[in-house]
Design a protein around this ligand. Structure first.
Ligand code: NAD
Length: 294
């Protein structure tokens, strides 16, 4: 199977490399020429546009920041739709608003192109290891057809439902993660102000009901004052914006997500938008006038 890959950033680059390692023939494009050259040196064919990618392959994967970028790559000038052969399938693995996944899918369908939304969680380390969690929306028949290819990049690939469902799952994930990081931040800042050692409090509670993957990943970073991304605040703002838009469209009140959005606006105003999302703790440190860094 010949695979097109558009969007070779932090995530797309290692994902594409894993497909090459597994024996897939790749045709790649990114607005960043250096990324395309890097993939070409690993054996991919370099294209000059998304249109040129689409004209040579059976399936196109997109891994770009947000829905305007997906639209530009697939429906824009020199985009996938202009070059697509009959029967082409687009698998968008970017994290975008599910309403947009459906809208883009409907426009592609008019041109005879099918689409799945298959966003991922796990970040750069898991993209490199090929152990991402992939959540899939679209026709079940497409899921079955591309399951093995997706598993090359993943530790788990789960079918969630119709087109858009993958991004509903991804936004649910992003809501839980943001709220969980805030809960850890609030608790450890409280512990510090109460005169205890936040690191010992973390060690005392991590094995109980309060423990979580988020706590184990982020509390050590907070205690070290290490905010190297990881997952940048600016991308989490993008996800919470998509989550709130999608939630408001269906009257699903999401008060905690809205509160986290405002905390992240504070962090952006403070110039922390390139920090890892563990920097949510900086908001708590500021409002409580303390620091939990060891
Ligand atoms: P990134 O900014 O590092 O990479 C995006 C790439 O897309 C860039 O190389 C850019 O040049 C390219 N691009 C943008 N518009 C394009 C277009 N029209 N045509 C061709 N190329 C185009 O972003 P990333 O961190 O790789 O994230 C990609 C997606 O994965 C986002 O939706 C993000 O939310 C999601 N995601 C990221 C992480 C993470 O930890 N970084 C984890 C899970 C999911």
């Amino acid at each position: 199977m010949k695979v097109g890959f558009i969007g070779l950033g932090i995530m797309g680059r290692p994902m594409a490399k894993n497909l090459i390692k597994a024996g897939y023939e790749l045709v790649v494009f990114d607005l960043n020429k250096e990324a395309v050259e890097d993939l070409a040196s690993c054996g991919a064919a370099a294209a000059e546009s998304s249109k040129e990618v689409a004209s040579q392959v059976d399936v196109v994967i997109t891994m770009v920041p947000n829905s305007p970028h997906v639209r530009a790559a697939v429906l824009g000038e020199n985009g996938v739709a202009e070059g697509a052969k009959p029967g082409l399938v687009v698998i968008d693995m970017s994290s975008i608003d599910p309403t947009e996944s459906k809208a883009i899918g409907a426009e592609l369908a008019k041109k005879g192109i099918e689409m799945m939304d298959c966003p991922v969680s796990g970040g750069e380390p898991k993209a490199i290891d090929g152990t991402l969690s992939v959540m899939c929306g679209g026709k079940k028949e497409l899921f079955d057809r591309f399951y093995d290819m997706l598993m090359v990049m993943a530790g788990s690939v789960v079918y969630v439902g119709e087109l858009g469902s993958g991004n509903v799952a991804k936004l649910a994930n992003q809501m839980v993660v943001a709220i969980n990081i805030a809960a850890v931040s609030e608790a450890l800042t409280f512990a510090k102000k109460a005169g205890t050692d936040p690191e010992l409090v973390y060690q005392a509670i991590r094995g109980g009901l309060a423990g979580s993957t988020v706590m184990d990943a982020k509390a050590p970073m907070m205690l070290d004052g290490n905010y190297k991304p990881g997952f940048r605040i600016e991308l989490h703002i993008k996800d919470l914006n998509n989550a709130l838009n999608a939630a408001h469209a269906i009257s699903a009140p999401s008060p905690l997500t809205a509160q986290l959005m405002e905390i992240m606006q504070f962090l952006r105003a403070e110039g922390c938008d390139k920090d890892d999302h563990s920097a949510i703790v900086k908001y708590y440190e500021k409002i409580s006038g303390t620091s939990i860094v060891k």
